[in-house]
Design a protein around this ligand. Structure first.
Ligand SMILES: [Zn+2]
Length: 394
């Protein structure tokens, strides 16, 4: 049986006053997800163990069927794997955001979702000034970059910048053993970026400049038991973001970069769908991740998040379901989200999230069921990695 997992990142939410106290999933036009829920089974999943932060790394690890409590070592090592950067045993990987700080507060964790080409110019300038043997900056996608630091400080507390939107920086600066070294790099980046032509052009165009780097999510290399051994499956992870592609690579799955996949509303859904459907001809597993709802949640934009969720329904869920059903072979679709990113919080929360599982072919489904944060409320909450492992194995 072919198994495909469809993940709308951060789709879960709370009731939103501007939507008549409905959640995003309740307000959005999502007929395919509702049909899938009607023809399948709904569950509620606890994707984040109590002792870990409710990040996409931890939650996607759960949705891939791995216990985060046993494996998780930090976000940046996963992204390094996604970017194809090898980590040595002494390396500590840091996530390096380009951010906009104004009046001492975190104005924008993404520097206006800076374009990748511009970001690479800025990261190259930072590397030139601050890089040295054993400490190097690597340009990633948009605002998401990496620092690999041999024998760098690993045991300290750092804050995800998307979790401190509009808050003053000072209480959220790195704390713990050797924190001064990490803070110094962040401070020094300000001078390097201040008058950079890329930033001058962004300001002139009314866009947020990248005023500094923000380092967080550090950790050492992560090892996962490969999918082939754990689930006797081969397959693909389809995602725009290095974090999720990194998890796929660490799991022994393929995770190619998809042309036009941006991780935002302008992403190329059709290329993502084609990559998944192609893989499912020979392989037995595909994990298709859609980042835009999470980004819109972090922006606090209910209107955009509705649009993102509708896009996921219409351009990811619908064509994949239709294609698998018309092939006539047995398949299982698991529709899920990694965590909630409530627009009112502009950050992640750790409450359980809904998921639905459908075994096909089922032909034409005309009935609809609710697929939202309150559906399946009477069912027990399942630990996500256990439930996923049961359903991926099949
Ligand atoms: Zn997420």
């Amino acid at each position: 049986m072919k198994v495909v997992v469809l993940v709308g990142d951060g789709m879960g939410d709370y009731p939103v006053p501007s939507l008549g106290n409905r959640t995003i999933l309740q307000a959005a036009r999502i007929p395919h997800m509702r049909r899938l829920a009607a023809a399948g089974t709904i569950v509620r999943l606890q994707t984040v163990p109590p002792e870990l932060p409710p990040g996409s790394d931890v939650a996607n690890l759960s949705l891939l069927g791995y216990d985060p409590s046993a494996h998780y070592s930090g976000r940046a090592p996963i992204e390094a794997a996604g970017a194809g950067i090898p980590l040595g045993p002494r390396d500590v990987a840091y996530r390096c955001n380009l951010v906009t700080v104004a009046n001492g507060a975190m104005k924008d964790y993404s520097a206006g979702h800076i374009e990748t080409a511009e970001a690479h110019e800025l990261i190259a300038a930072v590397q030139k000034a601050l890089g040295r043997p054993g400490l190097s900056f690597w340009g990633g996608v948009s605002y998401r970059h990496l620092l690999i630091w041999e024998d760098g400080p690993g045991d300290l507390l750092t804050q995800p910048p998307h979790e401190i939107a509009d808050q003053p920086l000072d209480p959220h600066l790195p704390q713990g053993f050797r924190h001064d070294e990490v803070r110094r790099l962040m401070d020094e980046s300000r001078e390097i970026l201040r008058n950079h032509p890329v930033n001058q052009a962004r300001i002139a165009a009314g866009k947020n400049p990248a005023t500094q780097i923000w380092l967080w999510g550090q950790g050492r290399a992560l090892r996962l038991p490969p999918y082939q051994e754990k689930f006797n499956r081969t397959g693909i992870v389809v995602s725009a973001v290095d974090l999720v592609r990194g998890l796929g690579i660490l799991a022994g799955l393929r995770a190619p970069s998809i042309p036009g996949a941006t991780g935002f509303l302008d992403t190329n859904c059709e290329n993502k769908v084609a990559a998944a459907l192609d893989a499912l001809r020979d392989d037995s597993f595909a994990y298709v991740h859609f980042e835009a709802p999470d980004e819109c949640g972090h922006m606090g934009r209910a209107d955009l998040k509705v649009q993102a969720v509708e896009m996921f329904d219409e351009r990811i869920v619908a064509p994949i379901w239709r294609a698998l059903d018309s092939r006539g072979e047995p398949y299982r679709i698991i529709l899920a989200m990694d965590h909630r990113t409530p627009v009112s919080k502009k950050g992640h929360t750790r409450e359980p999230v809904p998921a639905a599982v459908l075994d096909g072919p089922v032909g034409n489904v005309t009935t609809m069921a609710d697929f939202d944060e309150f559906a399946g409320e009477t069912f027990p909450i399942r630990i996500a990695h256990e439930w996923m492992a049961e359903h991926i194995q099949c």
